[in-house]
Design a binder for this molecule. Structure first.
Ligand SMILES: NC(=O)c1ccc[n+]([C@@H]2O[C@H](COP(=O)([O-])OP(=O)(O)OC[C@H]3O[C@@H](n4cnc5c(N)ncnc54)[C@H](OP(=O)(O)O)[C@@H]3O)[C@@H](O)[C@H]2O)c1
Length: 244
């Protein structure tokens, strides 16, 4: 299948490792010109070098940075056709343990960085009459997970924004979708010492997902072939979510 990404430009936020890097790698392999961002400059430069991407050292949790990043990418690449919104996850908290600053930090990191990047990307996509916005959320947005109050709340809200945007921009050739990772074996999960065998027992597929499997979904939604799919929230979770 020709995904039609050969002449497209793409930005994958948080693309220096994990799910973001897997998506950036697939887009680059499809021939897209790819930009990625992250905070750790060494990790970023090494990741960018491996896939021929351009790296931008940015902290997305700082107010205004996501919007500025998109403007810089458009000015360097000449356009932005594909925006993959992906940020670091907020720390685990029960509602009772989250203070006001936790909520404000998660609001900037998860919510305002998404809004800022999308707001900056839309005018260029509208001008060209073509755009793909793919927002990485979590299965926690549909079935809240214990101890993840910050993620559960903001990510469910992002699904509302994705659906709203899809309606406002479908007639301009722009699709907007959310993709929900289930338990996927990224560096972060390995670092936090996730108990793979125990988690696998809950998953119908009886194993964790791979970043490459998740990236395949993102790449399809970013492609020309997915032109009539918009406003959706699609999980890649080995069958874990039960809700219809
Ligand atoms: N993996 C899973 O099973 C899973 C399941 C559900 C949801 N998710 C969510 O999916 C997202 C990606 O997960 P992942 O496992 O790929 O995480 P990861 O391995 O920690 O990668 C996160 C990426 O984002 C960058 N990043 C983090 N915070 C940033 C910031 N403030 N500014 C700029 N870049 C930032 C990181 O680079 P730097 O650290 O250098 O900045 C890295 O490139 C997260 O939001 C996570 O919560 C993951």
């Amino acid at each position: 299948m020709d995904f039609g990404l050969g002449k497209k430009s793409a930005l994958v936020m948080g693309g220096s490792r994990g799910l973001g890097f897997a998506i950036a790698s697939e887009l680059a392999a499809e021939g897209a010109s790819v930009a990625i961002c992250g905070r750790d400059a060494d990790r970023l430069n090494s990741a960018a070098g491996r896939i021929g991407a351009k790296g931008y050292a940015v902290d997305l949790s700082k107010p205004g940075e996501a919007g500025k990043l998109v403007q810089n990418v458009i000015s360097d690449m000449g356009s932005l056709d594909v925006l993959v919104v992906n940020t670091g996850g907020p720390p685990p908290r029960k509602f009772a343990d989250a203070d006001e600053q936790d909520w404000r930090d998660a609001f900037e990191g998860l919510w305002m960085s998404s809004v800022g990047a999308i707001r900056s990307a839309l005018p260029s996509m509208c001008d060209r009459g073509w755009g793909r916005i793919v927002v990485v959320t979590s299965i926690a947005a549909r079935e809240p997970i214990a101890n993840l109050a910050l993620s559960n709340g903001f990510r469910a809200g992002l699904h509302g924004m994705v659906n709203t945007l899809s309606r406002e921009y479908a007639s301009r050739g722009i699709t907007v979708n959310a993709i929900l990772p289930g338990y996927t074996l990224t560096e972060r999960l390995i670092e936090v010492g996730v108990d793979e065998a125990k988690i696998s027992e809950q998953i119908p597929a009886a194993r964790l997902g791979t970043p490459k499997e998740f990236a395949a979904l993102a790449t399809f939604l970013a492609s020309d072939r997915a032109s009539y799919i918009t406003g959706q929230a699609i999980a890649c979770d080995g069958g874990l979510l039960h809700s219809i």
